[in-house]
Design a binder for this molecule. Sequence first.
Ligand code: SAH
Length: 384
Amino acid sequence: MTRQDICELNIDELKAALTEMGEPAFRAAQVYDWLHVKNVTGFDQMSNLPAALRTKLADNYRITVMDAAETFVSQIDGTRKYVFVLWDGNAIEAVLMRYKHGNSVCISSQVGCRMGCRFCASTLDGCVRNLTAAEMLAEVYRIGTDIGERISNVVIMGSGEPLDNYDEVVRFLRMITDEKGLNISARNITLSTCGLTEKIRQLAAEGLPVTLALSLHAPSQEKREEIMPVAKAYPLEEVLNACRYYYHKTKRRLSFEYSVVKGVNDTRENAVALAALLNKSGFGDGTGDREKASGSKAAKAAGRNGHTMTGGREGICHVNLIPVNPIEERDFQSPDRRTVEDFKHILMQNGINATIRREMGRDISSACGQLRRRYFKNAGPGSD
Ligand code: SAH
């Protein structure tokens, strides 16, 4: 693996590389288009390039291609889950979700994860390595090619902590939003983080207005530390300050993820405390009952203009309740539906937007990181 990965080069770097090879400037646009729009898997497919150049490129570079070791397709909603094997034998997961508004791909940013969240399967064996920008792009390209349709949304919510792989993730974001590439709008991209404060602030200044999703999972510092060891290094108040800063810089409404775990963070008191925390920290709409607000005609009309009748301003966050997906290695359980619905109502009554995450691909369901573990157990190298 000594040849450089050509997909890692942005358009300017590609221009420089081709110029150095003695090629005219327009070749860079052609090669970039083959790689990042047409998503070819070999230099021999670049049919408008002279054969000599194709050979020269193949001698000097390689193209990252995702090899799907396993694909699971939901018969219910068309969700597809992939286990991709990387060039070094590592495996990662990615998921395609089909929505009315388009095709959304959930990608991994690292092989494993070192954050240690208690209910998450990705972190059980720690972080093996970072993914490169080219590998993250290849996750999206491979799925787009597989279904033969445009990918309109990307969520960085698979295995790994994206802000723990900051440089490659930012490179990925710049390239996937590049108008000369797939040209996915930053507004259609969500990056999910467990809350690395300085990195959230750094991302806010990149001029890449992606939606930030914070894995909150608890209404207090104490409870958060119980579930997420990383919380010890990043106090909740500072994390929320960084999120507010992110909002002010990008004007993108924040998403707070809350995995609801039976007997751990699912009580009415937890919901009240969560609403109070978010209101106190300036994320709520100030005063209102969002259920009443969205129910009345006047509120609906006002909502269209971007205001609610409740406090005169929209809240700047949205809470996404995720009934925990149990993993074998831990005894966390999901609460019953009623408990999760109550939790949501309490948030709404206290001026906090909330939804319960719709479960996609129920028939092929698996928690984050579990498919990869299963793959190594059953079919991966070393198994018999
Ligand atoms: N490192 C990033 C991305 C992780 S996965 C982050 O922490 O946000 C995306 C979301 O799924 C996170 O909110 C994560 O906490 C949550 N998650 C992981 N395993 C889960 C499980 N078994 N059940 C429910 N949510 C889970």
